[in-house]
Design a protein around this ligand. Structure first.
Ligand code: 5AD
Ligand code: SF4
Length: 475
């Protein structure tokens, strides 16, 4: 098995030197042409990818590129891909396909593809053979090598495929370009050891490795001092944080949360994602007695059938899941609970599916993120017999949504008339005439805001509750 280690300062220093070399190169080009150099980073997939993209953009900025949101303007385009479902891969490949025309119009433009999709060998080959205008490819383990890769590409000109690292690394101190000035991601660990049978993540992100508590706490403290209000701690399985420590007493996720909570300020801490097998009472007690940890828990259930959970290699059953939820509600009565559900896992019978519906009705999640099972190459579930036909998967998915939507509406209705604290994000993406924000439980609220509310907590009276959003007015 590959070892893991924190990248030593000397290796980080090497990358910093590449950053400086590319920066000097870009500065020369700016002097010659009189126009700025731009980088565009496109992200697919989960919050971990969003966080990685902020590091990619941070490195690009340090190398002398301005970050832009318009691919046609860019001198470098980085596509950060996802592999968790086939749909995400298809979308990324289609976008990379569209960039061919941009590159034809601007031959000096660099196009790099990184992230989970191209950490799989067969997808590296797809890019190699079918997308010849892509300049370089780097997998998740070598993100910190971006400056070196860009420098080599500029010098040598030929296409580059960064080999995967021999070890799993934790790279500290990469520059970060944060998209928001009040919401932030903080990765606390990387990788996953769980090997759920449907999931590609352990194959593309390696084994669990936790950052040092002092590095995480310093990053959160700095964000709070800069005025960040909503900070999400990220990891594929945050509640196994610290369990990879070699020897000595384990400093676990609950210990980390309780130390972060001591940081003074007006902010929320959230975290995702948690695994039900590791959601301990100690963790729930820490949240219950904390000052800053949002009363919100994302606890992917995936299925409500014990048989399917076993086939998924999830290491909990319905009873254990319900015990955890009941304990959360006992200790934190106003907690918002959300979940991920997979429909149509191989061998899922009508009875198994009804078990999932039954659990939705028993637990009454505030929200769920539901997915149709997508076979992933080389995962055990993809080779299982009894793959479920698409029409049955689709039909079950719709039934699940119908049940969950009714529950979500019933959960939201009692909020009508209540006064709620909301962090304002700005004009709503769907309707610019109203402002949008999120509650402590991460529910969307639309209200009569203005520009000065952006990035601030506002108090709202909820006037109407719908399935996917609440409506409020300022008081
Ligand atoms: N097919 C469908 N959904 C999947 N997920 C992970 N792998 C797959 C797959 N192969 C879902 C799980 C996970 C979420 C991030 O994506 O529900 O919690
Ligand atoms: Fe995938 Fe399971 Fe790990 Fe989550 S816990 S990333 S679903 S293997």
């Amino acid at each position: 098995m590959k070892e893991y280690r924190i990248l030593p300062d000397c290796e980080m220093q090497e990358q910093k030197e590449y950053i400086e070399k590319v920066r000097a190169y870009n500065e020369n080009l700016v002097l010659e042409s009189g126009s700025k150099r731009y980088a565009f980073v496109q992200t697919f997939g989960c919050q971990q990818n969003e966080a990685d993209s902020e590091k990619i953009a941070g490195m690009c900025q340090a190398m002398g590129y301005e970050i832009c949101h318009e691919p046609a303007l860019a001198d470098i385009i980085m596509v950060n891909t996802c592999a968790v479902r086939e749909h995400a891969e298809k979308r990324a490949l289609s976008i990379i396909g569209q960039y061919k025309h941009l590159k034809a119009a601007k031959p000096d433009m660099l196009i790099g593809v990184c992230g989970c999709m191209v950490t799989q060998e067969h997808r590296k080959d797809t890019i190699k053979h079918s997308y010849p205008y892509v300049d370089f490819v780097l997998g998740t383990s070598s993100l910190h090598r971006l400056p070196q890769l860009i420098f080599d590409k500029m010098k040598k000109g030929k296409r580059l495929y960064c080999p995967e690292e021999k070890e799993y690394l934790v790279a500290e101190g990469l520059p970060i370009y944060r998209e928001s000035s009040y919401r932030a991601w903080v990765s606390i660990m990387y990788g996953c050891n769980n090997f759920c049978t449907y999931c590609i993540v352990p194959y593309v992100r390696g084994r669990e490795r936790s950052r040092r508590p002092e590095d995480i706490i310093a990053e959160v403290r700095d964000l709070v001092e800069k005025g960040y209000k909503d900070i999400t701690l990220l990891g594929q399985n945050v509640n196994s944080y610290g369990k990879d420590a070699k020897g000595g007493e384990i400093y676990d996720f609950a210990d980390l949360l309780s130390d972060i909570d001591k940081i003074e300020g007006d902010y929320y801490i959230r975290f995702m994602t948690s695994h039900p097998k590791d959601a301990s009472k100690k963790l729930i007690d820490v949240i219950a007695s904390s000052k800053h940890i949002a009363h919100q828990f994302h606890l992917p259930m995936q299925s409500g059938s014990d048989k399917v959970l076993k086939e998924m290699n999830r290491h909990y059953d319905r009873a254990k899941y319900l015990d955890t939820v009941d304990y959360m509600r006992e200790k934190i009565p106003d907690i918002t609970i959300s979940s991920d559900i997979i429909v149509g896992f191989p061998g899922e019978s009508e009875e198994d599916f009804c078990g999932t519906i039954e659990m939705l009705e028993r637990v009454r999640f505030d929200m769920t993120y539901s997915f149709i099972y997508s076979p992933r190459k080389d995962t055990p579930a993809a080779a299982m017999e009894c793959q479920i036909p698409d029409d049955i998967k689709g039909e079950r998915f719709n039934r699940l949504l119908e049940v969950q939507n009714a529950i979500a509406l019933e959960k939201n209705k009692p909020l009508e008339g209540k006064i709620i604290k909301v962090l304002c994000d700005g004009p709503s993406k769907n309707d610019e005439s109203v402002y949008s924000g999120r509650t402590e439980g991460n529910k969307i609220v639309l209200f009569d805001g203005n520009e000065s509310d952006i990035g601030k907590f506002v108090s709202l009276k909820i006037t109407r509750a719908e399935t996917f959003a609440l409506y409020g007015e300022k008081i």
